[in-house]
Design a protein around this ligand. Structure first.
Ligand SMILES: Cc1cc2nc3c(=O)[nH]c(=O)nc-3n(C[C@H](O)[C@H](O)[C@H](O)COP(=O)(O)OP(=O)(O)OC[C@H]3O[C@@H](n4cnc5c(N)ncnc54)[C@H](O)[C@@H]3O)c2cc1C
Ligand SMILES: NC(=O)C1=CN([C@@H]2O[C@H](COP(=O)(O)OP(=O)(O)OC[C@H]3O[C@@H](n4cnc5c(N)ncnc54)[C@H](OP(=O)(O)O)[C@@H]3O)[C@@H](O)[C@H]2O)C=CC1
Ligand SMILES: O=C(O)C(=O)Cc1c[nH]c2ccccc12
Length: 381
């Protein structure tokens, strides 16, 4: 058994930000990561054309600024280069191929006991830690809904986290299920590669440009959210016109109030809306069942597809391996406390990056957690 002061599970931006902050306080830590690299979501499970939707002032990690000439909206590779520099500057050395499979609070020892599968060696490793930080992310596992007849579909079925580009779908009929930021951008990419593309839109959504989101986030510093929402919704209407004829309806709450209330981001349009308006992407209603290549929609229409991309979102899985999740999380593996106290659990348990606030939220959490651990370890309560 190995002893650690702080044990961090996950070497994504949250785990790395934790490492950066703990280093500032000279607090030792160990990071366990199931994959063979850091930032594995960004490196392995995102599509090729991904760029950051939020402006650079919301997309950096604690204690390291972005280069002054960084583009306002960074491409993925630019952000990853910054992450590489972060890792070398803070000398972060995660232990790779360590999949954490169980963790519980040992009441006798008053410490966390963590078991990780060393997937390279096929052995179990045991760690004990005073503080445990869950940094496994809200995008830990791709979610695919169970639909009647899905098993009978003979073509490609993939979650958006396995989609790279539309190059192999030229002249194919592809259905994208889900119209969050992933689904909308993947639909664009498919058309760009010559696929005949349809997208399932079953609920209301806000569509904004990245410039409008940037403007809205800047305005939020000065005026209340309902005013920001009113201004930004009006500007979006001028930009896109009435989208209801394409099956796109707005939620009752404004885009920023909705983000705060539900965590759901507005769709930040990368050109998909124009392709919908031009008839290059067809919006279809929710799926009722699947029979081989035929997809039966809830409005009774039946369409044939060669492939289905499920851009139906993600789940946190921390509640599965963290046996005593109740000290910080709910049954969905998300924080049990509400924002802004969401990061702090009991008995030295914390969660970073589960506030549905992107990289900005990641940085805030890591700083708050490291400050709290610093206070506790220096005996200032
Ligand atoms: C397609 C996509 C695009 C995004 N774009 C943006 C954006 O532009 N801007 C923004 O602010 N946010 C964006 N996000 C949100 C994203 O959640 C954050 O950017 C960021 O990746 C969160 O970091 P994280 O470390 O919390 O989680 P992750 O990046 O998911 O990292 C978690 C790490 O934990 C590891 N892990 C999981 N379970 C275990 C286990 N049991 N044992 C050991 N290791 C484990 C995983 O392998 C992974 O490396 C995007 C998300 C997606 C899906
Ligand atoms: N460049 C960037 O910055 C990007 C950022 N992201 C971020 O990553 C996170 C994850 O995004 P994303 O992958 O789009 O996931 P989301 O959870 O945001 O969206 C999931 C979508 O799938 C739909 N859906 C879920 N279940 C079903 C079902 N059974 N049938 C039909 N539709 C269904 C949802 O609709 P409903 O509302 O009806 O449930 C929703 O439209 C978000 O925070 C997003 O903003 C993603 C891509 C790019
Ligand atoms: O990409 C995401 O989903 C994010 O969570 C980033 C984000 C944080 N606050 C926002 C407000 C509007 C749009 C996106 C975000």
């Amino acid at each position: 058994m190995e002893n650690a002061v702080v044990l961090i599970v996950g070497a994504g931006p949250s785990g790395l930000a934790m490492a950066g902050c703990l280093t500032q306080h000279s607090i030792p830590y160990v990071i366990l990561e199931r994959e063979d690299c850091y930032a594995s979501l960004w490196k392995k499970r995102t599509y090729d054309r991904l760029g950051l939707h939020l402006a650079k002032e919301f997309c950096f990690l604690p204690h390291k600024t972005l280069p002054p000439d960084a583009p306002t909206f960074m491409p993925k590779h630019y952000f990853l280069r910054y992450v590489d520099e972060y890792v070398s500057e803070f000398k972060i050395n995660p232990r790779y191929h360590r999949s954490v499979e169980s963790a519980f609070f040992d009441e006798a020892e008053k410490k966390w006991r963590i078991e990780a599968n060393n997937t390279l060696e096929g052995s179990m490793e045991v760690y004990s830690a005073e503080f445990l930080v869950v940094a496994t992310g809200e995008n830990c596992e791709g979610f695919i809904p169970s639909l009647p007849g899905l098993d009978s579909f003979p073509g490609d079925i993939l979650h958006s986290n396995r989609y790279k580009s539309g190059s192999k779908y030229k002249s194919k009929d592809v259905l994208v299920v889900g119209c969050g930021n992933s689904g909308m951008e993947i639909a664009y990419d498919l058309v760009d590669h010559g696929a005949r593309t349809s997208i399932v839109i079953r609920s209301p959504l806000h569509v904004l440009t990245k410039e409008l989101v940037h403007r809205g986030m800047s305005l939020l510093k000065y005026i209340p959210v309902y005013m920001v929402d009113a201004v930004i919704t009006m500007l979006a209407r001028l930009e896109y016109g009435d989208l209801t004829k394409y099956g796109i309806y707005k939620p009752k709450r404004g885009p920023f109030a909705n983000k705060t209330a539900t965590g759901r981001s507005p769709v930040i349009d990368v050109g998909t809306i124009k392709k919908i308006q031009d008839g290059e992407i067809e919006v279809v209603s929710d799926i009722s069942s699947i029979n081989k290549n035929n997809v039966v929609l809830k409005n009774g229409i039946e369409k044939k597809f060669d492939a289905i991309v499920f851009a139906t979102g993600y789940r946190s899985t921390a509640n599965k391996w963290l046996k005593d999740y109740k000290y910080a999380l709910n049954g969905e593996g998300m924080p049990k406390n509400s924002f802004p106290e969401h990061w702090k659990g009991e008995k030295g348990l914390y969660c970073a990056g589960l506030s549905r606030r992107g990289l900005f939220g990641v940085s805030m959490d890591a700083q708050a957690i490291a400050n709290d651990i610093n206070k506790l370890t220096s005996g200032i309560n």
